[in-house]
Design a protein around this ligand. Structure first.
Ligand SMILES: *Cc1c(COP(=O)(O)O)cnc(C)c1O
Length: 369
C-alpha cells in the first residue's frame, strides 16, 4: 500500500503549471511589486465571488482579521466574542488590537459558535462577534446576525476555512459586516505563500481598510491613523487569479470525496460530520470523532496515512491565553471535541481509492482491538 499524505500541494501546481508560471513571469516583468493592477484585479474577482462590493487584499488571514477588527473600531478595553475551538490566529488577532477575547462554546454538531452562548457573554464593553466557519461548515449566521442587530455589534466572519461555502443561499463573506479570508497554501483557495483579504459591502469600511493596510495612509506619506503593513503580494494575487475559476470544481471534488468517506465509514465507531440543509459545506477538512482517537491516529501513521488534529489544545487552555482566566472544564463541548477529533486526508486531487484505503485501515484498527 502506498503512503497517503495529509495534503499534496504540488499536485495543484502541476495541473496549472503553464498558467501559473506565466502569471508569475508577468508580474516579475511588470516591475510593479507592491499592490497595483494584479492585486486590484484579484480583489475585484474574489469580492464578486464572495457576493461583496469590495475586497481589500492583505498579507495573510491573520492580517485580514486584525485589519477588519481595527476598521470596525475595536480598541483596547473592548470585548470581542469568538470561539476557543478555532485556529489560534482568530483569537490572536483580537488580542493584538488590545481588546479582550471572550471565548464561548461551540454547537455540538456544527462545531461552530453556539448562538445560545452569546447572551451570557455580552457586556457593556462588547463590540464585535467573530464567528468562524470551521472546517468549511458555515456557522449558524441567522441567529448571530439577529443578536448583533439587537445589541449593535459588528460581525466579522472568519472565512479562512470556508472559501466558496454558502449559508441560506448566500456566500460566506457576505453575511456579516466584514469578513476575513486566508489564502494560506493549504486553504481551499491557496496561494504559493501567505495572503488574505477582507471583504465588505460597506464603502467607508473598505476605504478605511485600504488605509489601515499600509501605514494608515489615505494619501501617500500622510497617516490619518496608525496602520499596519499587511498587503496582498502581486505575485500571489496573480497566482490566485489563475486558481479562482477552479474553486467551485475543487470544492465539488471535496464534497464528492466527503460523501465517499461517509459511505465507507458507516458501521464504524466514527462520528461523521453532521449535515445541515441550510448551508453548503466545502470540506476544508474532513473531521471525524472517534472514542479511541489517539490509538487510531497512531495506527494510521503506522500504515503511512497522514491524519492531523485540528486542534489538539483549545485556545483558552494554551499558555498565551491562560491569563484570560478560563479553567479546564469551562468550555465542555470544545474540550470534549479536542479529545476525539481527527482530520482525515481530503484534498481535490486525492484519488477515490485512497478514501477506500483510509476507511479500510480504520475498519482494520477497530477489528484488531
Ligand atoms: C488559517 C486560519 C487563519 C489564519 O490565516 P493565515 O493566512 O494563516 O494568517 C485564521 N482563522 C482560521 C480559522 C484559519 O484556519
Amino acid at each position: 500500500m502506498s503512503a497517503i499524505p495529509f495534503v499534496d500541494l504540488k499536485a495543484q501546481y502541476e495541473d496549472l503549471r503553464p498558467a501559473i508560471d506565466a502569471a508569475v513571469a508577468r508580474v516579475l516583468a511588470s516591475g510593479w511589486y507592491v499592490l497595483g493592477p494584479e492585486v486590484e484585479a484579484f480583489e475585484q474577482a474574489y469580492a464578486r465571488r464572495t457576493g461583496c462590493a469590495f475586497g481589500v487584499g492583505t498579507g495573510s488571514g491573520t492580517g485580514a482579521l486584525q485589519l477588519a477588527l481595527l476598521a470596525a473600531g475595536v480598541r483596547p478595553g473592548d470585548e470581542v466574542i469568538t470561539v476557543s475551538h478555532t485556529a489560534v490566529a482568530t483569537v490572536a488577532a483580537i488580542r493584538l488590537t488590545g481588546a479582550r477575547p471572550v471565548l464561548v462554546d461551540v454547537d455540538t454538531d456544527r462545531y461552530t459558535l453556539a448562538p445560545a452562548q452569546l447572551l451570557a457573554a455580552l457586556t457593556s464593553r462588547t463590540k464585535a462577534i467573530v464567528p468562524v466557519h470551521l472546517y468549511g461548515q458555515p456557522a449558524d449566521m441567522s441567529p448571530i446576525m439577529d443578536f448583533a442587530r439587537a445589541h449593535n455589534l459588528t460581525v466579522i466572519e472568519d472565512c479562512a476555512q470556508a472559501a466558496g461555502a454558502s449559508y441560506e443561499g448566500k456566500p460566506v463573506g457576505s453575511l456579516g459586516h466584514l469578513a476575513a479570508h486566508s489564502f494560506y497554501p493549504t486553504k481551499n483557495l491557496g496561494a504559493a505563500g501567505d495572503g488574505g483579504m477582507v471583504t465588505t459591502n460597506d464603502a467607508a469600511l473598505a476605504a478605511r481598510l485600504r488605509a489601515l493596510r499600509q501605514y494608515g495612509w489615505r494619501r501617500r506619506y500622510i497617516s490619518d491613523e496608525t496602520g499596519l503593513n499587511s498587503r496582498l503580494d502581486p505575485i500571489q494575487a496573480a497566482i490566485l487569479g489563475v486558481k479562482l475559476p477552479r474553486l467551485d470544481a475543487w470544492n465539488q471534488k471535496r464534497r464528492a470525496l466527503a460523501q465517499r468517506y461517509r459511505q465507507a465509514l458507516t458501521d464504524t465507531a466514527c462520528v461523521l460530520p453532521a449535515q445541515f440543509s441550510d448551508s453548503e459545506h466545502v470540506f476544508h477538512l474532513f473531521v471525524i470523532r472517534h472514542p479511541r482517537r489517539d490509538a487510531l491516529m497512531a495506527y494510521l501513521k503506522q500504515r503511512r496515512i497522514g491524519a492531523l488534529i485540528h486542534y489538539p489544545v483549545p485556545v483558552h487552555l494554551q499558555p498565551a491565553y491562560r491569563d484570560l482566566g478560563y479553567e479546564p472544564g469551562s468550555l465542555p463541548v470544545t474540550e470534549g471535541l479536542a479529545g476525539e477529533i481527527l482530520s482525515l486526508p481530503l484534498y481535490p486531487e486525492l484519488p477515490a481509492a485512497a478514501v477506500e484505503q483510509v476507511a479500510q485501515a480504520i475498519r482494520d484498527f477497530e477489528a484488531s482491538s
